[in-house]
Design a protein around this ligand. Structure first.
Ligand code: PGA
Ligand code: ZN
Length: 429
């Protein structure tokens, strides 16, 4: 049984406070922490922040910590950690609000993950195995990683409008080999960037991607192709992009120069023009997945683009992991994959439910990091346990990003001969 729950405020990878919790059972102490993103909408669960400008610029989480140490602790001490569902439900009932704003989704999530670790220990099975059991015993599988190579958008200081250019090592035979391909390509890219933009081009962004001073999609993609060419893995690596178009949608137009100090006003594109741009990019580069190609409220355009069937279309800001938005998107065929940001839901149980819903609809599932991360590696275990097929945890660089990828290396080793890396079947693992 859970004997004690103790939370504290720690700092995330951006140097902003977040919640960490230690949950005790007779098997030991189990720790977890909550990540944090740069939200582009209101459909996700609410991160509780103190708002007191005099402390951490208003970003403190002492109220969330207090909620764990007092209210949540009282509600769950004595419960059996194997019963994830009941623990999560107890917190949802205690919070009483739809978006978990009362206790804070950051508080609830950290406890939910720590309880999941305690549940695995209680059963004496690895965490991914416990998660697979909670989901009804699907076959576990190692996901294809989407490594961020170039960063832009809100996450970087350059003028590139799109948020991420990633590579997917679909042709690797094992996760470990995928990791090697990712790392080698990253370092070849770094060399190529340095040759062209000088050492300043190698400054990294929040998620570890390089952020050279490029402005166009093609300039970024050409650099990535150059790096891929240098590795010799040409047919084994595919490209994915996160456009995060909501960030530069002004009215009904997309401002591709939105970060440029000398906004020309010349680079506004309509939704139709964006469709043409994507079509050409998919023709000229091995792009297999596009995330948030349009504004989060532009259902018509995303439905139209998705219907063309050119590549996987992932809903991130469009859906914000919100079950109602996902249900609508499934019903309207608005996309065919979603980004699972566990902290937008708030509990492990709810994450499992939406993954089931997406899989029933034959959707792809991308387990995702947030721009503010910690060294918690839970995402690795959930991606294996739910056999999501895809994980996006940033560049193969920076500790908080590697916490997830390195855990996947360990899991693959532990599963041994029975381990299967999804490879070419990443879309429908
Ligand atoms: P966020 O970014 O964590 O800042 O929301 C992640 C993403 O856009 O995929
Ligand atoms: Zn995104």
């Amino acid at each position: 049984a859970i004997t004690k729950v103790r939370a504290r405020q720690i700092l995330d990878s951006r140097g902003i406070p977040t919640v960490e919790v230690d949950l005790y059972t007779n098997k030991g102490m189990f720790r977890a922490s909550a990540p944090s993103g740069a939200p582009s909408g209101m459909y996700g669960a609410i991160e509780l922040r103190d708002g007191d400008k005099a402390t951490y610029l208003g970003n403190g989480v002492s109220k969330a910590v207090k909620n764990i140490n007092e209210k949540i602790s009282e509600a769950i001490v004595g419960m059996d950690p194997i019963l994830q569902n009941q623990i999560d439900q107890a917190m949802i009932d205690l919070d009483k609000t739809e978006k978990k704003g009362e206790l804070g989704a950051n508080a609830i999530l950290a406890v939910s993950i720590a309880a999941c670790r305690a549940g695995a220990a209680e059963k004496e099975v690895p965490l991914y195995k416990h998660i697979a059991d909670l989901c009804g015993g699907v076959n576990h599988a190692l996901p294809v990683p989407a490594f961020t190579l170039i960063s832009g958008g809100k996450h970087a200081g350059n003028n590139l409008a799109i948020r991420e250019i990633m590579i997917l090592p679909v042709g690797a035979r094992t996760f470990e080999e995928a990791m090697q391909m990712g790392s080698e390509t990253y370092h070849h890219l770094k060399a190529a960037v340095e040759e062209k933009y000088g050492p300043r081009g190698c400054i990294v962004a929040e998620d570890g991607g390089l952020a050279p001073d490029i402005t166009s999609f093609r300039e970024g993609l050409d650099l990535v192709m150059e790096a891929i060419g240098r590795t010799g893995y040409t047919d084994k690596l595919k490209i994915a992009i996160d456009v995060a178009a909501t960030d530069f949608c002004i009215g009904s137009k997309y401002d591709l120069d939105f970060k440029s100090p000398k906004k020309s006003g010349q680079n506004f594109k309509s939704g139709e023009e964006m469709v043409e741009i994507y079509k050409e990019l998919c023709r000229d580069y091995p792009i297999v997945s596009i995330e948030d190609p349009f504004d989060k409220e532009d259902w018509e355009q995303v439905k139209h683009f998705s219907g063309l069937g050119i590549c996987q279309v992932v809903g991130d800001d469009l859906l914000m992991s919100n079950p109602k938005r996902i249900e609508r998107a499934i019903h309207e065929n608005a996309c065919d994959a979603f980004l699972l940001k566990v902290n937008q839901l708030g509990t492990v149980t709810e994450a499992i439910e939406v993954v089931k819903m997406a899989k029933d609809a034959k959707w792809g599932v991308v387990v995702s990091q947030r721009s503010g991360e910690t060294d918690d590696s839970f995402l690795a275990d959930i991606s294996v346990g739910l056999a999501t097929g895809q994980i996006k945890a940033g560049a193969p660089c920076r500790g908080e990003r590697l916490a997830k990828y390195n855990q996947l290396i360990r899991i693959e080793e532990e599963i041994g001969d029975q381990a299967s890396y999804v490879g070419e079947s990443w879309r429908h693992s």
